[in-house]
Design a protein around this ligand. Structure first.
Ligand code: IFM
Length: 797
């Protein structure tokens, strides 16, 4: 079943049916002021942190799943009928209520028509501002004069701390204090406490937000939720909207809301425009300033256009034209956009991440960097430095870095049992990618502090990361898993060993050697190569099991992923990373990847392991927590799918790489959305596998490592466009049915128009490469001149 379509030209996804199988969301704003909005205008807003800066309320996992939201109600004074600009919450019959939601890059527009009244509401956060706008246009399409009242509504949190607001009611029900100043609502909490701008994490402080209307006269207001809705009504039939008259309530304690009332008389064919602005600060100051600024609504309209241009320019860094329309929709808009949102909000704000998690989880956030290096290199560089300073002087990383509170050099060193073994090793993916994208090779020499004490060059940080794992290796010479090794559900024991991390470490040693060589550090090269040989030997001797690499050794002697095991006898991660790290020879690589194909691949993607754990003791594997076929228990864990695509591409199997890529490509499920359920334009953390009755259903959209690795695998390995320090490598690995593809890539300010043709229908290999008509030996395009365009012809063969 289909609920919408990709409008590639406008870089939008259009939801045509509002009764989607799950709420289909979008993100507004940036890391200063963020917001989530669904296709039915549900969602919430937050300042700096979704956990500690949440000032509007959403009841997670409720029924329906996305309430409350940014609602705009209408009341017809003559017929007494009422409805909302989005289908929900009033939910008029879809026979009479026509609606469309356009999710775009950091804006959403919901257009509806009910009984001859057409409404368009565009939601966005003007660039760099700490407030959001709901820009409204109403048109009377009928033949009668219409006397309407509009009521924009938002439900506030009492305290900005999301956990307290929803759970600590003995406190939060006594702190709201609402006022209205010149028609602007002031949402205050703890108003007798001082403001503490320098201590954002302090929840017991005075805070204010404002809610104002521009371009329309305010004729009433309400700020007490119970008065507006009525104690036994719901968002679908608020008392005030039914009556058509605000009560002028001022909440003191209890549950506050923001409602303004405006009267609109529309002649046949007539339109009116107005806007709601809501944001951080008091009604007296920031609210009044914003209201004055937008007295001329065209300013706001221009800001929406500026916002679109800004986001589109981020996407234009790489545009593709392949024979597959689904791939194009994803790679040109949604996949990189998904990466940018994930990078911005880590795992902190969605309809699933309910504000309990805050800050940047180390391993996830370092991986997230890979998806945005090309589009926001400068910003990414700053984030990368922040994360590098989250590494302790031991070489291991802090589990979480909080950007608004992080103090490099003064953080507490993590306890020994807090370290995860893989965390700091992701730096070997992110740092070279940053250097290769920007050409800033000196970055390796930049001195940065450790989280707790001391400082080092970036290269020194990398060495400490390697040493950290070498120093914590176990009986088989394989790095210990410590608190976790990427898979949060394996119980290795602190001294159990992770074969997956061993492959990461091998990758790290190879990168370290390569960079040291470029820096002329011969001794470092020798050291890394020597350690790499020792590690290869341990992997060879202890980790290969007939046709697969085992996953790990627990400290109780259990071998995860061993062929003889009844449950979990094959894991994906070690097979694909044996290839990615360069450890596996061709024969072993093929064997291991064939087992992945035969035992783990399904129509919806590759399972993380199989068969699922059902009888195993939870002391051995925590994956038994989950139903078979879900998440880490033999689910299709989408984070890892990109690694499968990369490994097959590295082996030259374009058909398989593409098959794997398509199996979890969101757009490929647009016409069967009832199976996948979540947004067909974004990636999700996992999909239920063949071991589940709900095979194919996906969960946890948007914020997942899936976004980054899907984009990375497709652009760098399938299409094969890889930035390197001395040029742009072109190394495609495509299905043999493709006759070619095109890429426009901006690399360090030069634009490469790359046209790849595949006359002999091969999967990999380049027969001829030309740049501006000149033959290039090998497959690397030289670094071009900033501002110049280059025509690149590639013939595969
Ligand atoms: O690697 C983890 C990630 O950090 C959080 N989600 C689950 C993944 C696999 O366990």
């Amino acid at each position: 079943m289909k609920y919408g379509y990709f409008d590639d030209k406008n870089k939008e996804y259009v939801v045509e049916r509002p009764d989607t199988p799950a709420s289909w969301t979008n993100y507004l704003g940036d890391t200063n002021y963020g917001a989530i909005i669904t296709n039915n205008a549900g969602g919430y807003s937050f300042y700096k942190s979704a956990a500690q800066g949440r000032f509007t309320r959403l009841r997670f996992n409720s029924v329906p799943m996305d309430q409350a939201g940014r609602y705009l109600y209408f009341h017809d004074k003559d017929s007494k009928d009422f409805w909302s600009a989005s289908w929900q919450p009033v939910g008029k019959s879809l026979e009479q209520f026509k609606t469309e939601c356009r999710h775009g890059t950091a804006y959403t527009k919901i257009s509806s028509e009910y009984k001859d009244i057409a409404s368009e509401v565009s939601y966005f956060v003007p660039r760099g501002k700490a407030y959001e706008a709901w820009m409204v246009k109403l048109t009377n399409k009928g033949k009668e004069t219409r006397n309407l009242r509009a009521f924009p509504f938002v439900e506030y949190a009492c305290n900005w701390n999301a956990g307290d607001d929803l759970g600590n009611l003995q406190y939060t029900q006594y702190i709201a204090n609402m006022s209205v100043v010149d028609g602007i609502i002031d949402h205050g909490s703890n108003i007798n406490m001082p403001e503490m701008p320098e201590d954002f994490q302090q929840k017991d402080q005075q805070r204010h937000t404002f809610f104002a209307m521009v371009g329309a006269e305010v004729s009433g207001y309400d700020t007490d939720r119970d008065v507006f809705i009525g104690r036994y009504n719901g968002y679908g039939n608020p008392d005030v909207v039914q009556k058509g008259e605000c009560a002028g309530s001022l909440a003191e304690g209890g549950n506050p809301c923001g409602v303004l009332q405006t009267d609109i008389c529309l002649q046949p064919g007539e339109s009116v425009e107005f806007a709601i602005v809501m944001g951080i600060g008091s009604a007296q100051k920031e609210g009044a300033e914003v209201k004055e600024k937008y007295a001329d609504l065209s300013i706001l309209k221009n800001e929406l256009e500026e916002l679109k241009n800004y986001w589109h320019s981020r996407l234009e860094v790489m545009q593709v034209e392949t024979p597959d329309a689904d791939v194009n929709s994803m790679l040109n808009v949604w996949s990189p956009y998904n990466c940018q949102i994930t990078y911005a909000w880590s795992r902190a704000a969605s309809l699933v991440y309910a504000g309990v998690r805050d800050g940047l989880g180390y391993r996830d956030s370092v991986q997230d960097m890979l998806g945005v290096m090309h589009s926001v290199p400068e910003e990414a560089g700053e984030r990368l430095e922040l994360l590098i300073t989250g590494q302790a002087s031991t070489g291991g990383a802090m589990p979480v870095v909080k950007p608004f509170a992080h103090k490099p050099g003064q953080e507490k060193e993590p306890e020994a049992n807090e370290y995860r073994s893989d965390d700091c090793l992701w730096l070997f993916n992110a740092i070279p990618e940053y250097v290769n994208e920007t050409g800033n090779f000196d970055f390796y020499l930049k001195e940065l502090p450790y989280a707790d004490k001391g400082k080092d060059s970036v290269l020194g940080h990398l060495r400490r990361a390697i040493e950290f794992n070498l120093e914590r290796s176990g009986a088989h010479g394989i790095p210990c898993g410590l608190a976790a090794d990427w898979n949060d559900c394996l119980v290795l024991g602190y001294e159990g060993e992770s074969v997956f991390v061993a492959f990461q470490l091998r990758y790290a040693l190879a990168k370290y050697s390569e960079v040291s060589e470029k820096l002329g550090l011969t001794k470092e090269v020798e050291w890394a190569e020597q350690e790499l040989r020792i590690l290869d030997k341990s992997l060879e001797e202890h980790c290969w099991d007939e046709d697969r690499y085992v996953r790990a050794f627990s400290d109780k002697g259990f071998r995860f992923g061993a062929k003889e095991n009844e449950e979990g006898n094959i894991f994906m991660n070690p097979q694909v990373w044996a290839v990615i790290s360069g450890h596996a020879n061709r024969e072993k690589a093929e064997k291991a990847m064939n087992v992945v194909h035969d035992d783990l691949y399904t129509d919806y993607g590759i399972m993380l392991c199989a068969p699922p754990f059902e009888k195993s003791d939870f002391d051995i594997v925590r994956a038994v927590l989950f139903n078979p076929g879900m998440k880490e228990n033999a689910g299709i864990f989408n984070h890892t799918q990109g690694w499968g695509v990369m490994a097959e591409s590295m082996l030259g199997n374009g058909n398989r790489a593409y098959k794997y890529y398509k199996s979890y490509l969101p757009a490929a499920y647009n016409d069967m959305a009832e199976v996948r359920e979540i947004e067909p334009y974004v990636y999700a953390q996992s999909t239920h596998s063949v071991y589940s009755k709900r095979f194919g259903s996906s969960r946890l959209p948007w914020l997942s490592g899936t976004a980054t690795w899907a984009y990375y695998a497709a652009t760098r390995y399938l299409l094969g466009i890889r930035p390197e320090i001395d040029g742009l490598t072109v190394d495609p690995c495509v299905p043999d049915s493709w006759e070619g593809f095109k890429v426009v890539r901006n690399f360090r300010g030069a634009v490469y128009n790359i046209s790849v043709s595949n006359p002999n229908r091969v999967m990999k290999g380049i027969a001829c490469l030309k740049m501006n008509g000149e033959i290039i030996e090998g497959n690397k395009l030289p670094v071009g001149e900033e501002g110049k365009e280059y025509q690149v012809e590639v013939i595969m063969g």
